[in-house]
Design a protein around this ligand. Structure first.
Ligand code: PHE
Length: 453
């Protein structure tokens, strides 16, 4: 690993830069688009509790493990796994963890980009005043007409993919750091403002109740799996993105502290999204289980009726698009880094190749909302199947493998040195979570889903 690796392995300029970039990767459509609609589909409060438990007990320890593995080798996920396997004298098959991660990133980005395209299209819709004074039915009409048109979806998907690849090709530090530094505070500000609006609606307490009042009878084994999958998805875990970002991290930075900060910010943004969306849902007699279109059918109602809503609508969808961009670059970076590292591609060529494959796959998701909406396998459309396969299966399985590797395969002395905790008890706690709690939790959820438990 000489020569070529230098071109991609820059370093974050500071701890703050790393936190920003990793938060940028974590905060995205998963928090604002996905969390509300899957919470709505899975009955609310009880689902949220399982999700929060998964973030704390599985997500944070695995985030620390992934960052640590990446930083130790400073390579892409596939080479990282290969090198660490060698260091630990373990079975060579561990490098498949890296492979699975790189593939999961491409698969996820293929549909992520389509949905991010919706957000970008909504910037224009907000700008042209489509939402002004529109009622819930009119807003739903706009959404249905939009996703019914393959051409429109392809246009926005293509645009979003092009933007992603343009940033990635320039390397992550400047463009990315700049974007996240300026946009994350903006996203927060807008969300607080929308929360203010939601608090004035009649449905606010009903929304609050839905989000925080657990009714465990609504929890099926599949919703437990979905909650766990969401914890992985929203924290960008189990597929090597955090590993790659960790590989650009300098040695003096505390992995534990940064992981907790990132997970906390990510969780706050998701809960904020729920607190904004459900009150609007109930106020306008909509259904929390309206699926992937939920935010596109609810938020425009708010923008259409509040003072300054025109401007806030434009800004909100713009910021959402950019939050999606800072995640999409993390989804494709493992593939690009690997093509450069191992295949000797230039960064340009690696971007074109991985971008094209992802774009093509994305067409399947585009069509699943219109001309293929009736084509189903295991009762799921192409998009639903891809989402289930990646978020609910590949990420948790990847995370499980990473936990087992970091906890059981890697030498204690190496993880201790890499994590460099200020006190031995913290290390013990992490070790316990990563060796026992995280793998056992993932395993039990899977047993539950296949019906053994
Ligand atoms: N965490 C991102 C989100 O919530 C999605 C993502 C998953 C990004 C995996 C990178 C890696 O939108």
């Amino acid at each position: 690993m000489t020569g070529t690796t230098k071109t991609i392995h820059g370093e974050w300029s500071s701890r703050f830069a790393f936190i920003l970039a990793a938060t940028g990767s974590a905060v995205g459509l998963g928090n604002i688009w996905k969390f509300p609609y899957i919470t709505g589909e899975n009955g609310g409060g009880a689902f949220v509790i399982v999700y929060l438990l998964c973030v704390a007990l599985i997500g944070i320890p695995i985030m620390m493990a992934e960052t640590m593995l990446g930083r130790r080798t400073r390579q892409d996920p596939i080479n990282t796994m290969e090198q660490l396997t060698e260091e630990a004298g373990a079975d060579k098959n561990w490098h498949y963890v890296g492979w699975a991660g790189v593939s999961a990133g491409v698969l996820i980005l293929s549909y992520y980009s389509v949905i991010a395209g919706w957000a970008s299209a909504y910037v224009i819709k907000a700008f042209t005043g489509s939402f002004s004074n529109a009622n819930a039915e009119a807003i739903k009409g706009i959404f249905d007409a939009f996703i019914g048109s393959p051409m429109q979806l392809i246009f926005w998907h293509s645009l979003f993919m092009a933007a992603t690849m343009l940033i990635v090709v320039r390397g992550v530090s400047n463009g990315l750091e700049y974007a996240v530094r300026h946009l994350m505070p903006g996203l927060f500000g807008l969300m607080i403002l929308l929360l203010g609006y939601a608090m004035t609606t009649d449905g606010y307490f009903q929304g609050l109740h839905f989000l925080f009042n657990p009714d465990f009878s609504k929890l099926t084994s599949d919703s437990v799996l979905t909650a766990m999958g969401q914890a992985f998805f929203t924290l960008s875990l189990g597929m090597g993105a955090v590993m790659v970002y960790g590989s650009y991290l300098t040695a003096d930075i505390s992995i534990a502290k940064t992981s907790v900060i990132i997970a906390a910010i990510d969780t706050i943004v998701a809960l904020l999204a729920g607190l904004i969306i459900f009150p609007i849902v109930f106020t306008h007699g909509l259904h929390p289980d309206s699926g992937p279109g939920l935010i596109f059918k609810t938020l425009p109602i708010a923008f259409g009726s509040m003072t300054g809503g025109w401007l806030f609508g434009i800004l909100f969808f713009l910021v959402l698009t950019i939050a999606a961009l800072t995640s999409s670059i993390a989804l494709i970076e493992p593939a690009v880094a690997w093509l450069v590292d191992s295949k000797g591609y230039t960064r340009e060529k690696a971007c074109i190749a991985s971008g094209l494959v992802t774009w093509l796959l994305g067409l399947g998701t585009v069509f699943s909302f219109n001309i293929w909406s009736d084509v189903k396998l295991f009762d799921r459309t192409f998009f639903e199947l891809l989402d289930y396969l990646t978020a609910n299966l590949m990420l948790p399985i990847g995370g499980f493998a990473i936990a087992v590797f970091a906890g059981w395969i890697m030498k204690r002395q190496h993880s201790e040195q890499e994590l460099n905790m200020p006190n031995a008890q913290y290390y013990q706690l992490w070790k316990f979570l990563i060796c026992y709690v995280a793998p056992a939790a993932v395993f039990l959820v899977f047993l539950h889903v296949v019906g053994v438990l």
